[in-house]
Design a protein around this ligand. Structure first.
Ligand SMILES: O=C(O)CCC(=O)C(=O)O
Ligand SMILES: [Fe+2]
Length: 504
């Protein structure tokens, strides 16, 4: 009959993103009175159909709700009655009844085999369409004012799903916060293996302008948020160039003081940093700083399909965290003993806005954190809401973006991250925060902390990295901890300047 049957081990198929595209574990609900065998239908070169059995020898018994092993998105499937393994008998005389169907690409498809062995495939889109149709029909039948009736129906439904969504978001963030403490602070567990980098969803290779291939692991991919690990991204020579350029400008990282609006030292962000200005005028001579910086913008543009240039962007930042040896660095900063003993770290924060809504100029849209030197204990980078962990390696980089370049919708918190406490050794990173909408005439520092254009052009003085707590959240919105907002930039006040120490 032109049909070929081969047995495959279903375990081999599941989770394998092969040439057929992603394989989803699609639930199948058998509402028919028949024991079912499920096949994948393949067309061979000569036009024949090849059937691959996806179910076990027992098949799917009537009433069973099997939650895996049966669905391969985008391919044709078939169900057929399976004879009773013991009696060899079918409910129907000939055992031949079968139905073919296709698993659609979409959200959470579910296959339902109806009593007459007809198959319906539902997914979120189809269900939404059905619901809309039902509402329309209801309002039509009720002879109501159609507009009012539909408004009422959709409002009720949206309210319900919004509440659901908020609950899940709360649960996710709560768990993320719990896990972060466990993941970051392995204080007492000297014997424990440090947590390793999360497994990639997909991998690819990116070729930089100098024709070098960089392996990329995609750890998180959503329209408004991406987290990528790039291997062999920063060269030792480039790290040395940053380190050298940082020496004269190294100072304690500061955060915004909510009381005064000025800058202050904080336990939330304990680090040393220096702004590195890129000598673009020597780009043609392959200066390590220009080569590095160009690579950062090239990669950002490659993954986000944007045309961001270096013009008007923030300077590159050299950021350094110290382990036990930090006492030496802090002696003169005026911190008390307790503060001196707490480790260098960068507690959870977002680099740009991360509360949804539309992107607005001149907000940040992406970050490249490049690891030059890693701590011997601690100092990992953790994205607690995305469930993504990064164990740094020298030369590696983590790229994350927090806006959907198509819709310009901003991330809702998946890219919130922490630089875990550095317990032993030194950690040296190079960070570029990338903005969208800045240019030569409108550089990032021509805007104030609220994103408004500054009235007068201020004289260019030293700028500092800041971070601000968001105050006044709606009471009914459950959060485990006040989220930190974008690191803002402001001129340090006179008193604060006194605290800034130059490293010897
Ligand atoms: O230190 C880290 O791992 C993270 C650094 C960071 O969050 C930043 O530079 O914005
Ligand atoms: Fe950050």
């Amino acid at each position: 009959s032109g049909v070929l049957r081969t047995e495959v081990n279903p375990e081999d198929l599941i989770g394998d993103a092969g040439a057929d595209g992603p394989i989803k574990k699609v639930p199948l609900f058998n509402q028919s009175p028949y024991r079912l065998v499920v096949y994948r239908v393949l067309k061979t070169d000569d036009g024949a159909e090849e059937l691959r059995i996806l179910t076990s020898s027992e098949g799917v018994v009537p009433g069973a709700h099997v939650s895996s092993r049966v669905g391969i998105v985008g391919t044709v499937m078939m169900v057929q009655e399976l004879p009773d393994p013991e009696t060899g008998k079918c409910v129907q005389a000939d055992c031949q009844k079968s139905a073919q169907f296709e698993i659609p690409q979409g959200l959470d498809p579910e296959v339902i085999v109806l009593p007459n062995l007809q198959v319906t495939v539902q997914d979120a889109t189809i269900i939404a369409q059905q619901k809309a149709q039902e509402a329309l029909q209801h309002c039509h039948d009720a002879n109501d004012n159609l507009e009012d009736c539909l408004l009422q129906a959709t409002t009720a439904s949206l309210k319900h799903w919004n509440a659901e969504w908020r609950f899940h978001e709360y649960a996710l963030k709560y768990l993320g916060a719990q896990v972060e403490d466990y993941v970051c602070n392995d204080d007492d567990d000297y014997d424990d293996e440090p947590m390793s980098t999360s497994p990639p969803l997909t991998t690819f290779s990116w070729e930089s302008g100098d024709y070098i291939a960089h392996p990329v692991d995609v750890l998180h991919a959503r329209p408004s948020s991406q987290i990528h690990v790039l291997h062999d991204f920063i060269e030792p020579e480039e790290c040395r160039a940053v380190q050298e350029a940082a020496v004269p400008g190294l100072r304690r990282a500061l955060v915004v003081d909510d009381q005064t609006g000025g800058a202050k030292l904080s336990q939330e962000r304990k680090a040393w940093e220096a702004a590195i200005t890129i000598p673009w005028h020597v780009e043609s001579r392959h200066h390590p700083l220009t080569t590095l910086s160009r690579r950062v913008y090239d990669y950002t543009n490659y993954v986000m399909h944007l045309n961001i240039t270096e013009h008007g962007q923030e300077p590159l930042k050299s950021i350094q965290y110290h382990g036990k040896e930090r006492y030496h660095h802090y002696q003169q900063t005026g911190m008390n003993q307790e503060e001196e003993e707490s480790p260098d770290q960068y507690l959870h924060h977002c680099d740009g806005p991360c509360r949804g809504g539309q992107h607005k100029v001149p907000d940040r849209v992406a970050t490249m954190v490049m690891y030059c030197e890693t701590a011997t204990r601690g100092g990992h980078t953790h994205f607690r809401n995305a469930g993504v962990h990064v164990q740094p390696k020298a030369g590696m980089a983590v790229f994350f973006s927090y806006v959907d370049p198509q819709s310009m919708q901003v991330d809702t918190g998946f890219t919130e991250h922490s630089g875990c406490p550095v317990l032993e050794g030194h950690k040296h990173i190079v960070t570029q925060w990338v903005r969208l909408g800045v240019d030569k005439a409108n550089p990032w520092d021509s805007y104030d902390a609220l994103g408004n254009k500054k009235e007068t052009t201020t004289t260019k003085t030293e700028t500092i990295e800041m971070q601000q707590d968001v105050q006044g959240q709606p009471e009914e919105e459950p959060t485990t901890r006040q989220e930190t907002q974008q690191e803002e930039h402001a001129q340090p006040e006179k008193e604060t300047m006194v605290l800034l120490q130059q490293q010897q």
